[in-house]
Design a protein around this ligand. Sequence first.
Ligand code: KG4
Ligand code: ZN
Length: 340
Amino acid sequence: MSLLTIETTCDETAAAVISEGGKVLGSAIATQEKLHERFTGVVPEIASRAHVERILPVIDAALRQSGILPEALTAIAVAYTPGLAGSLLVGVVAAKTLAAAWRKPLVGINHLHAHLYACQLSSTQDVYPSIGLVVSGGHTSLYHCTSALDLTYLGGTIDDAAGEAFDKVAAMLRLGFPGGPAVSRLAAQGSRTAYSFPRSMIHDDHFNFSFSGLKTAVRYAIVGPGKQDFDNVRMDDKQKANICASFETAVVDVLVSKARRAVRKHRVSQLCVGGGVAANRYLRSELEAASKRDGFRLTIAPPELCTDNAVMGAIAWEKIRRGEFASLDLDIQPGLQRGY
Ligand code: KG4
Ligand code: ZN
């Protein structure tokens, strides 16, 4: 029994072949970092065109690595929500076409639920009931999870996602794209208290987040209020490191504080964290410290399953067990509304 999973929600083209027990039989991923680097962010049209070129070779590579023939597949699963419309379309059309040609059932995956499922994949025990925190380039969302597929949305960012803030701070400091890893590396050498950046909504008794004010505060710290020109900024490495460290600390303080409050309020004893920003070392260590202090069990997705990948699409097995298949009418849901 094996499943083909397809992931094209943003700028990674990925496919995997996964056994029913969650074993990865084949996996391929084509990253587009180089294509978007000079724009310091993902350009949707470029992303979708690159997906078109890469989707079939990537699926082919995953299948070949697994040694599984298409006729032996149990089903084909694809992330159809949320994400960039043009990117989602490529994966969904590919999955539907192959499902029709190979006469295989189709399964639709929610990309954010899959990010959290990466925690279950790396855990030897059941990670439910739990609070789930997804921190990625496009989302910062908290859920109350009673199973892999039963998630209640508690809140999320009302403007920028945490990863977006990392990427924009990196762009302001000319650190390249994607910015998270670069900001995190510099932050390790800086002072976490050099700047007192805002921690928006940290004390509010709800589970929404806001990072756009923090982004603006960092900008003022670099160029000064009302100024646009980053090219004339002269900052040495120490100053940049201090900005990165103080920024990273502000983001992590908010994430950890809200996650702890959600665990307390919903009286669960587990916290799961996934998404690209969950690869951040400082976030991981602060979450570990909070879990020891508060006594909850913490599962963070392994770093290689934090950023977008098709392995976390193993969540489709949970849907297959419930008989939740999609029809060939499955459409993309880019998700401009909040709460998934
Ligand atoms: O989950 P992901 O691969 O894509 C989305 O679904 O958005 O997340 C990508 C985001 C980017 O914003 C990237 O800068 C951030 O994750 N990221 C990090 C780190 N590694 C990746 N942010 C902070 N620290 C990191 N080490
Ligand atoms: Zn993602």
